[in-house]
Design a protein around this ligand. Structure first.
Ligand SMILES: *Cc1c(COP(=O)(O)O)cnc(C)c1O
Length: 479
């Protein structure tokens, strides 16, 4: 026993032992990245195979650390989707910029608890700077507060916590002290194109999903002014209005310049879901975001269009006092004028990862010019993929991208009048493209019809990828 303890203690301080697993991880990472262009995009390893490979029961005896890493690499081989690569267009998923990936490694190496400045001074300063940069790049009010969360889902939760505090506070109710039982009830009104994370935010905050009132949208997926005015009539002061800055099917933007004053006049809190679309404020196709800065809160993601590895969402809130009152564990309503914040006063979490560091690195690598180029390039590739696959025999464009999202439908030419046949054909062709390993797309039902969603978020996607994807679609239609 004594001897075993000694051995363990020794190995902790033996640099070689410590470096071997890191070296193994580095080599495996390089091989993975180098293999992206030739590897399948969609994993073709079954879940059964993965379970069998990975689960040998609770490990009783330990294993050499480097071997753990080597085996992890071997056991998961082929079990990853190639979302890091340039031919992945499913959901809305970004890749990782080299600087952001490397910075993410450093975050784990430093292993700071980014809960408070005292726990990690350098990462607290980085978070402060990065929050300011994000506000400046997205042209949001510079007096706003911010929080780095796990994703846009928790950014919504953070923003709506502040909304709940402010609206109920105006009604004379202290929700942080009293809870929601007996409180005036809140409503959330949002477009019929809203993301499911809005529902879950309401579920988590005790607002409840039934409190969500959905507004119909026009052909471009936008809420009309009279629709919003009507739903707010007489009930604005207890309402959170959630507007859309880029929905995941067609990249729809509500008309902020027109809608926000209506909601403001009614006394509502205005929140914007800009998971990826808000990034266009950096200066690319940004006319659709005119007036978005007039809202009360904004939620976005760094792990989508900014291409930071998972996970990182960002909440920005115009009223720092409402934000802090809703999230801090101390009751002070004052915003301290310290040089650096204790991050946990602004986030739902206590201990947390220094997830702003890869964002800082990504912004430094790109600069404003590189960010705009990334946004513009991905929009252009999305347009090319949608229009070129939509031009193929037996296909049609359902939504020509105005940003980086578009829709294509595949037609069953044996029954031209039958929508269900076209729906089936669309799912078949998507499955065939994915099975080829050349690209990965996901399907959606938009305005009652099945379509292939084309979402281009990855910094790696280039012209050669577009050619390969169009060729894969042509082949999938022909086979
Ligand atoms: C992805 C997405 C979300 C949820 O973001 P997560 O980062 O996955 O939590 C919310 N809204 C929209 C429009 C999205 O695309």
């Amino acid at each position: 026993m004594k001897q075993q303890e000694m051995k363990y203690a020794d190995s902790c301080y033996m640099v070689d032992h410590e470096l071997a697993p890191l070296d193994a991880a580095y080599r495996a990472s390089v091989a993975y990245l180098k293999g992206l262009s030739s590897a399948r995009v969609q994993s073709d390893v079954s879940l059964e195979t993965l379970f069998a490979a990975l689960d040998g029961g609770v490990p009783e005896a330990g294993l050499d650390a480097a071997r753990v890493v080597d085996e992890l690499v071997g056991q998961t081989n082929g079990g990853h989707n190639g979302s890091t690569g340039g031919r992945f267009f499913g959901w809305v998923i970004g890749g990782g910029l080299p600087s952001a990936l490397a910075a993410d490694w450093l975050v784990s190496t430093w292993d700071q608890n980014a809960a408070a400045a005292a726990c990690g001074p350098a990462v607290a300063v980085i978070e402060e700077i990065t929050g300011r940069w994000v506000k400046e790049l997205l042209r949001l009010p510079m007096g706003a507060s911010f929080a780095f969360t796990t994703g846009c889902q928790m950014a919504h939760v953070t923003c709506l916590m502040a909304a709940r505090h402010a609206l109920l506070g105006k009604a004379g109710w202290n929700v942080e002290e009293e809870g929601l039982i007996g409180a005036p009830s809140l409503r959330v009104v949002t477009s019929d194109q809203h993301h499911g994370s809005i529902e879950r935010a309401c579920q988590l905050l005790g607002i409840g999903r039934k409190a969500i009132k959905v507004m119909a949208t026009n052909a471009r997926g936008q809420v009309e002014a009279q629709t919003l005015a009507k739903i707010l009539e007489g009930q604005g002061a207890t309402t959170i209005v959630v507007l859309q800055a880029g929905d995941l099917n067609i990249g729809a933007f509500d008309r902020f310049r027109e809608l926000i004053p209506i909601a403001r006049e009614a006394g509502a809190w205005i929140h914007v879901d800009g998971a990826f679309g808000l990034w266009l404020r950096a200066g690319c196709r940004d006319a659709a975001l005119d007036g978005v800065d007039l809202a009360d809160s904004w939620a976005t993601d760094a792990h989508k269009w900014l291409n930071v590895p998972y996970d990182c969402g960002i909440a920005v809130i115009a009223d720092p006092a409402a934000h802090r009152a809703a999230t801090a564990t101390t009751a002070s309503y004052l915003v301290h004028a310290n040089q650096v914040r204790d991050q946990m006063d602004w986030t739902p979490e206590w201990s947390r990862r220094a997830r702003s560091v890869p964002v800082y690195a990504a912004l430094r690598q790109l600069g404003r010019a590189g960010l705009v180029d990334l946004l513009e390039r991905t929009c252009r590739h999305a347009h090319a993929i949608v229009t070129r696959t939509g031009d193929l025999e037996g296909a049609e464009v359902v939504w020509e991208p105005t940003i980086n999202q578009g829709l294509v439908r595949f037609l069953d030419e044996t029954s031209p009048q039958c929508q269900e046949a076209h729906d089936r054909r669309t799912d078949q062709v998507i499955a065939a493209i994915n099975a080829s390993g050349e690209a990965l797309f996901t399907g959606t039902t938009w305005r009652g019809r099945r379509a292939m969603r084309v979402s281009v978020c990855n910094w790696r996607t280039n012209e050669a990828d577009v050619e390969r994807v169009v060729a894969a679609a042509r082949k999938a239609i022909a086979d």
